[in-house]
Design a protein around this ligand. Structure first.
Ligand SMILES: Cc1ncc(COP(=O)(O)O)c(C=O)c1O
Length: 415
């Protein structure tokens, strides 16, 4: 018999296998100083494009004050329990009501975290007779929710409506045999490519097929739509989204998440989502602070307008400079280059150390072999000057990449 721990030495997993070389630099870097477009990394100020602080609310003085006042009044412990047992409050209910009004859904349930919220909602909503149809590029929380599903699931090619319909035909046939129903799961904004889920087209398929639609709009809430109510609003098909999910981890610059739906669905979720029934409620400062953040999103459109000024400048500037930014129609800005993983490492090191630009780097297996993706997240607190500096730096590193500069061995190490 083996010791469970023994295999952990040589089986570190697809990310862990790089830990020794990458830890502290490419992985688990420490960004210090106030949250914003300029933060310190290893003691040196960097222009930072790697935070999902889309609207710049993370350290807005009014947000910081709301959080601090609530912490002073309630502490971080309050409420001491799961909402069902002893952890409910007027504030939790107020935030749910405010969110429901904002996204124009009849009711909302607050979730402690987005990741386990999605997983647990999928677990609660479907049983072994039901069939799930989902996008191939779904976020890990959806994939892990599917792992809990004991019934059948069919995957459709990313954002491919023909493929989605094909799988709906199969799912419908199967559900008719099992006596179950069909749920389609996709995202509002795909966080890597920045493409929008084809929500309107999927909703239109309801005319031919009987299913419920679950949308994870983590990156769309606050950034998309006329009022910032998300990708459903942007595509004018919010009514066709049966389960609307978003997190507070991005535009809301906090922690927590929510689902909006019909009252009887929310009531069912309140009494059946294991991640909420068996876990402590969101702490009061996060709830009171989220009420403030939502009020600002609702009443101060300037944050979203500023975000989009930066998004447009960055994306059009990159395109004019000849960069491939893929198919994004949202703030998420990927820059796609060709190169190997060692080249990607050298390039990122050069960008960080010599140009003082900090952004996320994505390589195989998240993107195809030979592709290096630099992922930029513009925010409302970046400036047009930041955009210009970044595009100039990117031109320079692309040139070095093209002439083989990053193939030289001696260039970079993380330590
Ligand atoms: C698409 C998507 N869904 C869900 C989550 C998880 O949300 P949370 O950070 O609140 O757990 C994330 C990341 O934050 C995400 O990008």
């Amino acid at each position: 018999m083996k010791d469970i721990f023994e295999k952990l030495y040589d089986k570190m997993g697809p990310l862990g296998m790089h830990a020794d070389d990458a830890h502290g630099y490419f992985t688990f870097p420490k960004l210090e100083g106030p949250i914003g477009p300029r933060m310190k990394f290893r003691g040196v100020e960097k222009l930072n494009w790697s935070l999902n602080n889309y609207l710049g609310l993370a350290n807005h003085p009014d947000v910081m004050k709301a959080d601090a006042d609530a912490a002073a009044q309630f502490g971080m412990a309050y409420p001491m329990g799961a909402r069902m047992m002893s952890g409910n409050s007027d504030y939790h209910e107020q935030l749910e009501k405010d969110l429901a009004d904002f996204i124009k859904k009849p009711d909302v349930i607050l979730l402690n975290y987005g990741y386990q919220g999605v997983l647990s909602a999928i677990d609660a909503l479907v049983d072994r007779h039901d069939v799930i149809v989902y996008d191939a590029e779904s976020h890990a929380c959806i994939i892990d929710g599917l792992r809990l599903h004991v019934g059948k699931r069919f995957v459709f090619q990313h954002n491919d409506i023909e493929s989605c319909e094909k799988q709906l035909v199969r799912a419908t046939k199967l559900a008719e045999q099992t006596g179950g129903g069909v749920m389609v799961i996709t995202e509002g904004v795909f966080g890597m490519s920045g493409s929008q889920g084809k929500l309107k087209e999927i909703v239109a398929l309801k005319e031919k097929y009987n299913f419920r639609l679950f949308v994870d709009d983590a990156h769309g809430f606050g950034t998309m739509g006329e009022t910032g109510a998300g990708t459903g609003e942007e595509q004018r098909c919010m009514d066709g989204i049966d389960i609307y999910f978003s997190t507070f981890a991005k535009s809301m610059a906090g922690i927590g998440a929510f689902i909006g739906s019909e009252p009887h669905v929310i009531k069912f979720l309140r009494y059946n989502m294991r991640s909420q029934i068996y876990a402590k409620a969101l702490p009061m400062p996060m709830v009171v602070g989220s009420i403030k953040r939502l009020e600002m999103i609702r009443t101060q459109p300037e944050h979203k307008e500023k975000l989009w000024t930066i998004v447009r400048a960055l994306q059009s500037g990159l395109k004019e400079a000849g960069f491939n930014i893929g198919v994004t129609t949202t703030p998420v800005t990927p820059v796609l280059l060709n190169g190997t993983i060692p080249e990607a490492t050298h390039l990122t090191f050069d960008l960080r150390e010599n140009y003082n630009i900090f952004c996320s780097i994505v390589v195989y297996p998240v993107v195809p072999k030979g592709v290096i993706m630099l992922r930029l997240i513009p925010t409302a607190v970046h400036t047009l000057e930041d955009v210009e500096t970044t595009i100039n730096a990117f031109k320079s590193i692309k040139n070095k990449l093209d002439i083989g500069e990053y193939r030289k061995d001696q260039l970079a190490t993380a330590h």
